[in-house]
Each structure stands twice: as structure tokens, then as C-alpha cells.
Design a binder for this molecule. Structure first.
Ligand SMILES: *[C@@H]1O[C@H](CO)[C@@H](O)[C@H](O)[C@H]1NC(C)=O
Ligand SMILES: *[C@@H]1O[C@H](CO)[C@@H](O)[C@H](O)[C@H]1NC(C)=O
Ligand SMILES: *[C@@H]1O[C@H](CO)[C@@H](O)[C@H](O)[C@H]1NC(C)=O
Ligand SMILES: *[C@@H]1O[C@H](CO)[C@@H](O)[C@H](O)[C@H]1NC(C)=O
Ligand SMILES: *[C@@H]1O[C@H](CO)[C@@H](O)[C@H](O)[C@H]1NC(C)=O
Ligand SMILES: *[C@@H]1O[C@H](CO)[C@@H](O)[C@H](O)[C@H]1NC(C)=O
Ligand SMILES: *[C@@H]1O[C@H](CO)[C@@H](O)[C@H](O)[C@H]1NC(C)=O
Ligand SMILES: *[C@@H]1O[C@H](CO)[C@@H](O)[C@H](O)[C@H]1NC(C)=O
Ligand SMILES: *[C@@H]1O[C@H](CO)[C@@H](O)[C@H](O)[C@H]1NC(C)=O
Ligand SMILES: *[C@@H]1O[C@H](CO)[C@@H](O)[C@H](O)[C@H]1NC(C)=O
Ligand SMILES: *[C@@H]1O[C@H](CO)[C@@H](O)[C@H](O)[C@H]1NC(C)=O
Ligand SMILES: *[C@@H]1O[C@H](CO)[C@@H](O)[C@H](O)[C@H]1NC(C)=O
Length: 647
């Protein structure tokens, strides 16, 4: 049974000695604003409502930003001299008269540690209207035209840092800005510094861990449960939040991202002017009350697929899964009643970290836990800030969804604390579920996958899409619609569906979105060796550029009709054909011209060529090697600990 931590006045008053970061990390408790609502019921599928702030954002974006964004994208396409059918021009210029709207596009950035952070940034660059190469290719502009963007684990590190840095280009995001005031500006990811074990010297790494634990002391003394994710949060603050660069990294007087909240990003200029696609981070609910027979068999996954998938958008935390169907305001994360409200708990490092908390993966038995790198850290945490009955390897939050009203609706209705684990720990490392919510009406999803599920390689083989398909078919067939994808990763591999862009759902029901799948499924076609077949714990700034460039290459190479070519000159046109295809269907116009040949080439045809073994049916049949959805934090720490242990 989980209980809230009460650290009463028995503790000495240490607050005065606390660092600026510790103080800025401490949640604030005060009277709730009048009219405050703790829980918003989101409604059943078919009768769902979006949060009012999200709805207002989407309206603002559709009115003020998207018409010009689509025009810019169209102009880029036309300048690249692609011979597109007229309906593409009609739709993208907003001059369709047949009741059709613009395409409603979402982008999903998968987990996969630093590999995913970097690969995702390289592929977003392909879609970015600010990259002159992408503009001349005719792919630039889709990032600006997307309605939504989601991130998970390594993809959350990418998306969280992107949002809070005020939506810079991928290059600036990776390397930082040269600002006069580096204590407030975006300093870059600092990929050259290993997360959590930044030093080569064990003594210094231990001191660093002790420093991070001191930085969460204020939160602990204010009576809030703390866990591994709070340590992650403070380390994330140095890599994915403003204010840290390589020169000031070990200046202990600075905030290093403490006090920067996820809800607070709603005040950024690129958000108040609706310039960013609406951002959503994805985690899973870790619960003692789940139905463990829905954990994917023969996989390394630990979370039942029936547990709610949690989304953390800049306005709300909750789930549209029918097993929760409720949200609480992000700004008041940590609040459990409508009298006393908690703010400042939704720190960016914490929210991003909950999406990437893979530590729970190691806790399958006491001996496995003790053998893992997690154990010395949770032990140090527990020794310094002792707490009874807290699952220390997870992300913990006071439960806003408690009480009689939630019983029968939510498995954790009787818990005082809810826990989260890496978004990929239910087998779905591509954060697609928020983009399938019917009330959001997405019709095209650009899915970027750099999760590791290819046997013995760090490449992607579609396992996340397979698992999403199974979860929906087995558990939520009416809540969500998903286009048909192969039933296992062997199929993806046999048909090369992840070594080149693949489209899913071209000719299936338009209830489901069309999926454009771009994966890190192997080396680029031009013969360059793969730089992305690895799970790095750190990356030099030179190697970072090489990886971003190779990711960019993978995002632009397409699927040539002529197999002897490395790049498909028609890929920008084919991408446009896929982006508009659901809107085309709504206008009642038939596919034609280059769009007919393109979609024939890029769409999965539904065959099962290459199927070597029959699956056992249900959710099973998928064998996933360990490491799916791993966060860079965890892996880097693991590798570092191993390296240190063997040196
Ligand atoms: C739809 O949801 C509203 C509340 O959000 C509820 O009052 C109404 O009964 C629901 N309708 C159906 C058909 O479920
Ligand atoms: C596109 O075509 C026009 C007219 O034929 C030509 O002037 C222009 O250079 C071409 N642009 C590209 C990028 O090929
Ligand atoms: C982070 O820094 C960038 C400039 O580098 C700035 O535009 C942005 O507003 C800052 N973000 C926050 C949350 O302060
Ligand atoms: C590690 O750091 C400690 C503390 O800064 C220092 O005393 C020690 O000499 C260092 N050890 C090595 C091997 O550099
Ligand atoms: C800061 O860290 C660097 C290693 O990244 C180390 O060389 C330097 O001594 C550290 N400075 C302080 C003040 O700890
Ligand atoms: C945005 O800024 C205003 C004015 O400073 C402040 O009152 C509000 O709380 C901020 N919003 C969030 C979500 O932090
Ligand atoms: C748990 O899941 C299994 C497999 O889907 C299902 O057969 C069973 O009914 C579920 N149990 C409960 C209590 O929901
Ligand atoms: C409301 O929550 C606060 C903790 O945030 C707690 O101290 C207080 O007792 C709660 N009030 C009620 C009426 O439950
Ligand atoms: C943390 O320490 C307390 C004693 O202060 C102990 O009861 C508990 O079992 C410890 N938890 C873990 C996970 O080590
Ligand atoms: C390991 O998992 C068990 C079961 O969920 C939990 O009670 C325990 O606290 C976990 N250990 C740590 C160190 O988090
Ligand atoms: C465009 O992307 C390429 C590939 O990553 C990169 O080399 C180039 O610097 C980018 N251009 C801009 C303006 O960001
Ligand atoms: C729209 O899609 C549906 C489902 O695939 C299909 O039956 C219908 O023919 C399509 N309409 C057009 C105009 O392409």
C-alpha cells in the first residue's frame, strides 16, 4: 500500500542553508484560486472534450498560424518543381470548396535514449521551414504546419528542451545559443557530458550525486515524496532546461533549470503566438493494481498494456484511455484537493524525466535490483532523505485522481500517490496514443522511430506500432482507430519497412489516421556506415553534428523506385501526397498523377511476405530485446557504472 509521506516538524530547519536550486525546486502550497477544478472528466470516446486551454490553443493555431504555414510549405514544394496533382495545391492553399479542411498533422518522436534525441532532431530538421536545404528539397515547412507533436523518453528530452528553449532550430537546440547571459539562456544538450556521472573521477561523481540529492531536499522537507526521478530531474535540468553550459556546469550557486515549469512554458512567446505544434509528453502508469496478465509476454516490458498511458501536455496531466478518462491541471500538479493547491511541482526536468524513467525495469527481484546501477543511487537517496513506503525507482506524484468518484474508473483511485515509468515500458516507444484521441481529429501522423527492437542491433523494426495495434485491437477497439500494420517485427524486417519510409493506412478506413513511418532502421542507403547503431552515454560535439547530419540524410533519402539509387528524387512529392491524402479523401477527389504511383510504392500493401513463424495470437508473438524505450539517462548511468566497475 502506498502512503503519502508526512515529514513533519521533527526535522531541523535546514531551509536557510539550502541552495538556490533546492529552493527553486521546492513546490509551493497555497489557497486554490476560486473556481478551481482538480479533476476534469474527459468523457467517453465519441463524447470527449479537450481541455479548454488546449482547445483555445488549437483554435488560435488554426486561425493565426496554419493557413500561412501550409502556404509556405506549398510554395517550398512548388519551388522544388514537383509535379503534383492539382488537388494537392488546392488543399494546401486552403482553396478547397468541397468542405475539406487543411490536413490535421501530428508528429511523434520516439524513445531510445540519446540516439532518439539526436535522430528525432535530425528528422525534425528535414521538416523545418528554417532549414534552407529542407526548403529547397520541398520538405521544409511541415514542422511549422503540424498541429500536434508528441515525445517519449529520449524523444521527451528532445521535445521538452525544444519547447522550453522557445522552439529554436535543431542546430541551436543541440548546441545552444551564444548568449550574453548564459545563466538564463539555452546552453545546448551538452551531449559531451554523461548524464548523472559527468566526471571520470568516481569521488567527483559521488559528490555530484550528493549535490543532486541536496537539490531535492527542499521538496522533501516540504512534505513531498521524492524518488529517483527527482534526481533525474535535477540532472535533466542541466541538459534539457535553460541555464547550463559547459563552463558553468559545476557552478553550485546556479539554478540549473530548477524552477522552470512545464506549465510555465505556456508564457513563452512562441506559445502565446501559437507558433509551436501543441506539445505532449508521454509516460505510463506504474501501479500495483494493474492486470499483469496484459504485460506483453516474452518481452522486457513491465507495464500491463491495460494500464492508462499518461500524457503530460503543457496544460494538463491525465489520459484519454477509458480506464482513466480524466485530467488535472499541469500548473497544479501535486494538488489532491480543491482547498490547498500545489504549484511549482511540474518542473520541466521532472515531467520530462517521468516520461523516461526506465529504472523500474531493473526492479524485477530484490537480487536483480541490488545488482543494478539503480540500487546505490536509491540507497543513497533513502539514507539521506529517508521515507517509508515509497517506490524509489519510479516517478512519484501526489494522486489527484483519488476518492469515490474515481472508483471503478481508475485502478489507483485508492492510492495517495501515483507512479510513472518510462513511456516505452508497456512496449510502445512511439508516442502515438495522444494522436489517436478522437476529439483531436488527427488525420496524418509522421512517426519518427529510433527505438531499439531489431535483434542484436540498435535499429528499429516497428515493434512499437505492432504493440499499439495489439493494444487497440485487444483492449480499446472503439476508443481508438489504428490503421493495419504488420503483426510482428520479423515482418517489418523482411519487407524493409523500417529501412525506408513506409506509409500505413493508405487504403484502409479513414477513421484511422494515415501513418508516415520514418525509422532508424539501418545505415543510410548511400553506403555510409551507421552512426546510429549505438546507445551512447555521451557524444562529442563533432560526433553530434555527424549524427544529426546522418539522421537528416535518413530523413531525406526516401524509397527510390530505382533500387540502384540512394535517394528518391520524388520523396518530397510523395511525402506531400501522404500528408494531404485524408483531406483529399474528404473532398471526394480520386488520387491521381504522381500521388498514385508514390503511394503505391510507399504504402505497406498488407502482405505477410517473409513471415517465418506464426504468432501465438493475442498480444504476444513479439520478442523485444531489452532496452526498448530506454532513456539516455539510465543507459548512460548504467554504462558508466559498468565502466567504472571494470576500470
Ligand atoms: C457526454 O458527456 C457529458 C458530460 O461531459 C454527459 O453529460 C453526457 O451524458 C454524455 N453523453 C453521452 C451520450 O455519453
Ligand atoms: C524549377 O523550374 C523553373 C522553371 O522551369 C526553373 O527556373 C527553376 O530553376 C527550377 N527550380 C529547381 C529547384 O529546379
Ligand atoms: C530559454 O532561453 C531562450 C533563449 O536562449 C529563450 O528564448 C527562452 O524564452 C528561455 N526559456 C525559458 C523557459 O525561460
Ligand atoms: C578525484 O577527485 C578528488 C576530489 O576532487 C581528488 O581528491 C582526487 O585526487 C581525484 N582522483 C583522481 C584519480 O583524479
Ligand atoms: C568542473 O568540471 C570539470 C570537468 O568537467 C573539472 O575539470 C573541473 O575541475 C570542475 N571544476 C570545479 C570547480 O569543480
Ligand atoms: C504566465 O505569466 C503570468 C504573468 O506573469 C502569470 O500570472 C501566470 O501564472 C503565468 N502562467 C503560468 C502557467 O505560469
Ligand atoms: C486481465 O487481462 C486478461 C487478458 O486480457 C483478461 O482475460 C482478464 O479478464 C483480465 N482480468 C481482469 C480482472 O480484468
Ligand atoms: C488538501 O491537501 C493538502 C496537501 O496538499 C492537505 O494538507 C490538506 O489537509 C488537504 N485538505 C483536505 C480538506 O483534505
Ligand atoms: C528506506 O529506508 C527506510 C528506513 O528509513 C526503510 O524502512 C525502507 O525499507 C528503505 N527503502 C528502501 C527501498 O530501501
Ligand atoms: C521495487 O519494486 C517493488 C514492487 O513494486 C517496490 O515495492 C519497491 O519499492 C521497489 N524498490 C525500489 C528501490 O524502488
Ligand atoms: C540544415 O540541416 C543540415 C543537416 O543537419 C545542417 O547541416 C544544416 O546546418 C541545417 N541548416 C540550418 C540553417 O539549420
Ligand atoms: C475514401 O476512403 C475510403 C476508405 O478507404 C474509400 O472507401 C473511399 O473510396 C475513399 N474516397 C475517395 C474519393 O478516395
Amino acid at each position: 500500500m502506498l502512503t503519502t509521506l508526512i515529514v513533519a516538524s521533527s526535522l531541523p530547519l535546514l531551509a536557510a542553508a539550502q541552495s538556490a536550486a533546492s529552493q527553486a525546486y521546492t513546490p509551493v502550497v497555497g489557497a486554490c484560486p476560486s473556481g478551481f477544478t482538480l479533476v476534469r472528466q474527459a468523457g467517453a470516446p465519441g463524447n470527449q472534450t479537450l481541455g479548454s486551454e488546449e482547445a483555445a490553443y488549437i483554435t488560435g493555431r488554426k486561425t493565426n498560424v496554419l493557413p500561412d504555414a501550409w502556404k509556405t510549405y506549398l510554395a517550398n514544394l512548388q519551388a522544388a518543381n514537383t509535379s503534383l496533382p492539382d488537388y494537392v495545391t488546392t488543399i494546401l492553399s486552403g482553396s478547397s470548396t468541397s468542405g475539406a479542411d487543411y490536413p490535421n498533422l501530428g508528429i511523434a518522436c520516439s524513445g531510445g535514449g540519446w540516439r532518439a534525441t539526436m535522430f528525432g532532431a535530425g528528422v525534425l530538421n528535414v521538416l523545418d521551414a528554417r532549414n534552407t536545404t529542407s526548403v529547397s528539397l520541398g520538405t521544409g515547412g511541415l514542422l511549422q504546419a503540424a498541429t500536434y507533436i508528441t515525445g517519449l523518453s529520449g524523444g521527451s528530452n528532445l521535445l521538452g528542451s525544444l519547447v522550453q528553449a522557445n522552439f529554436p532550430t535543431s542546430e541551436v537546440l543541440a548546441y545552444g545559443t551564444n548568449s550574453a547571459d548564459p545563466t538564463e539562456a539555452w546552453g545546448g544538450w551538452l551531449t559531451q557530458i554523461t548524464q548523472q556521472t559527468p566526471y571520470l573521477n568516481t569521488t567527483m561523481n559521488n559528490e555530484y550525486l550528493a549535490l543532486l540529492i541536496e537539490e531535492i531536499r527542499g521538496k522533501y522537507e516540504a512534505g513531498f515524496a521524492v524518488s529517483f526521478n527527482d534526481i533525474t530531474s535535477r540532472d535533466n535540468g542541466r541538459h534539457f532546461v535553460n541555464g547550463t553550459n559547459v563552463e558553468n556546469f559545476n557552478d553550485t550557486t546556479l539554478l540549473h533549470g530548477a524552477g522552470y515549469t512545464w506549465s510555465g512554458t505556456s508564457n513563452l512567446t512562441t506559445i502565446t503566438s501559437y507558433q509551436q505544434p501543441f506539445p505532449i509528453l508521454v509516460a505510463t502508469l506504474l501501479s500495483p493494481n494493474g492486470n499483469f496478465s496484459t504485460v506483453i509476454p516474452d518481452s522486457s516490458d513491465i507495464i500491463p498494456t491495460s494500464n492508462p498511458i499518461i500524457e503530460l501536455n503543457i496544460y494538463e496531466m491525465g489520459s484519454y484511455d477509458p480506464t482513466l478518462a480524466a485530467f488535472t491541471p499541469m500548473k497544479y500538479l501535486g494538488t489532491t484537493n480543491e482547498t490547498l493547491c500545489v504549484t511549482n511541482l511540474d518542473q520541466i526536468g521532472t515531467v520530462v524525466g517521468s516520461s523516461g524513467d526506465w529504472n523500474t525495469f531493473y526492479n524485477t527481484s530484490q537480487s536483480a535490483l541490488e545488482a543494478s546501477f539503480v540500487y546505490p543511487i536509491t540507497t543513497a537517496l533513502n539514507a539521506t532523505l529517508p521515507q517509508p513506503n515509497i517506490v524509489l525507482d519510479s516517478a512519484v506524484f501526489p494522486n489527484p485522481f483519488q476518492g469515490a468518484a474515481m472508483e471503478g474508473q481508475f485502478i489507483d483511485a485508492k492510492e495517495t500517490i501515483i507512479m510513472m515509468s518510462d513511456g516505452g515500458s508497456n512496449g510502445e516507444a512511439v508516442p502515438i496514443q495522444p494522436l489517436l484521441v478522437k476529439a483531436r481529429g488527427l488525420d496524418t501522423i509522421f512517426a519518427i522511430d529510433s527505438n531499439q527492437d531489431w535483434p542484436n542491433e540498435y535499429w528499429s523494426a516497428g515493434g512499437s506500432l505492432v504493440n499499439t495495434q495489439n493494444r487497440i485491437n485487444n483492449l480499446f477497439p472503439t476508443a481508438y482507430s489504428f490503421p493495419p500494420v504488420p503483426t510482428n517485427t520479423s515482418e517489418f524486417i523482411a519487407q524493409n519497412l523500417s529501412t525506408r519510409p513506409s506509409f500505413f493506412g493508405c487504403d484502409s478506413s479513414t477513421e484511422a489516421p494515415l501513418i508516415i513511418y520514418v525509422a532508424n532502421g539501418g545505415p543510410p542507403h548511400n553506403g555510409e556506415p551507421s552512426l546510429l547503431n549505438q546507445q551512447p552515454s555521451n557524444v562529442s560535439l563533432t560526433e553530434l553534428q555527424a549524427i544529426l547530419d546522418q539522421s537528416y540524410l535518413i530523413g531525406t533519402q526516401g524509397y527510390p523506385a530505382d533500387a540502384s539509387e540512394a535517394e528518391d528524387p520524388e520523396w518530397p512529392a510523395c511525402l506531400a501526397c501522404a500528408v494531404v491524402d485524408r483531406a483529399r479523401n474528404r473532398t471526394g477527389v480520386a488520387r491521381s498523377g504522381i500521388c498514385s504511383t508514390c503511394l503505391e510504392r510507399y504504402c505497406w500493401n498488407g502482405s505477410t511476405v517473409g513471415l517465418v513463424a506464426t504468432t501465438t495470437g493475442g498480444a504476444s508473438g513479439l520478442r523485444v530485446p531489452g532496452g526498448q524505450g530506454m532513456s539516455g539517462f539510465v543507459v548512460s548511468a548504467l554504462l558508466s557504472v559498468l565502466v567504472l566497475a571494470y576500470l
